[in-house]
Design a protein. Structure first.
Length: 315
């Protein structure tokens, strides 16, 4: 016997044919909503995929949504989640301060939130805040950047979205290492808002004003790829670029002799853990963990880039 199950995804509704007695039908625990920034960024796509796969394996239906880093859209999505009677929310939020109100609104409606990747400014609103140790990871990236630069030279920094606490934490981690070396000179620091297109445009301008630049350290891989594209187009493949995230695109660039390094934060596994904690909380009333949890990052260079796949190391 085949039963049709209606599954709602971002951008539309699809119907999935399931055999009677399948695990999903046998253990339907309700709906888990998964809300992230745009899947145009493979990091956020990996988060959504990891959360969705784990939730469905545990017997939940999933509602996968994208807020596109728009706090107003995120608020509307929370209204949808509340109206749908979701059991829990897995969230990579759209702003450390702006996200507090919708998370609290869901909590008051009996829907707990489990945050990944980005923190919010208040404690006690979400059940879990599982984030990469951005400061530790940034220090790893800065140390490799220094090594590649020979501890001297002019460089630029591309910073992420200012409303995202990770942007500031990573920048601080970079500078707490780099600023100890007096022969390192930052000639410009600009935000490219995590955007590859914006990073390309900013890098073009930076390069015109600072042709002597020797390196670029970036707050994420997407901006690093934009910077590298601009540098390549200008014939400046001699410039040292280091990113942060551990994307497949930067992995391929590293293996091709382009970008020199990145810092892996385990997006897929982080999302799986959030779902596992949501399931434990819904069943037992507690995750057994503190609210704020850090996962260490790993430096990726040409030595281990071949082991990297979809924000996870195979060895």
């Amino acid at each position: 016997m085949i039963i049709n199950r209606r599954v709602v995804l971002a951008g539309g509704v699809s119907t999935v044919a399931l055999a009677a007695g399948s695990p999903l039908l046998a253990a339907d625990k309700g709906l888990i909503a998964i809300i992230t920034p745009s899947h145009d960024n493979p990091f956020f796509k990996a988060e959504a995929d990891g959360a969705q796969s784990r939730a469905e394996a545990l017997g939940y239906e999933t509602l996968v949504l994208q807020h596109d880093d728009d706090p107003n859209k995120q608020s509307e999505l929370f209204d949808t989640v509340i109206a749908r009677g979701a059991k829990a929310v897995i969230l990579d939020n759209a702003g450390a301060e702006a996200s507090v109100a919708p998370i609290r609104r869901a909590k008051e409606a009996g829907i707990p939130s489990f945050l990944i990747d980005r923190e919010i400014t208040e404690s006690g609103v979400a059940i879990s805040q599982i984030v990469s140790n951005n400061y530790q990871g940034a220090q790893l990236g800065a140390e490799e950047f220094l090594r590649q630069m020979g501890e001297a030279g002019k460089y630029a920094e591309l910073v992420g979205k200012e409303s995202d606490t990770n942007a500031g934490i990573r920048s601080s981690g970079y500078h707490d290492v780099i600023d100890q070396f007096p022969d390192m000179e930052m000639v410009v620091q600009q935000s490219a808002n995590w955007s590859q297109t914006e990073a390309f445009e900013k890098m073009e301008t930076i390069l015109q004003a600072n042709p002597e630049i020797k390196g670029v350290i970036s707050g994420n891989d997407t901006m690093a790829m934009g910077a590298w594209a601009a540098l390549s187009a200008a014939g400046r493949k001699d410039v040292i670029v280091v990113g942060f995230d551990g994307s497949n695109d930067v992995r391929d660039s590293i293996l091709d002799g382009g970008i020199k390094a990145t810092v892996l934060q385990p997006a897929y596994r982080q999302a799986e853990i959030a779902v596992e904690q949501a399931d434990k909380y819904l069943n037992e009333g507690s995750t057994g963990q503190s609210e704020k949890q850090l996962m260490d990052c790993v430096l990726i260079t040409e030595e281990n880039a071949g082991d990297l796949e979809t924000f996870a190391l195979s060895s």
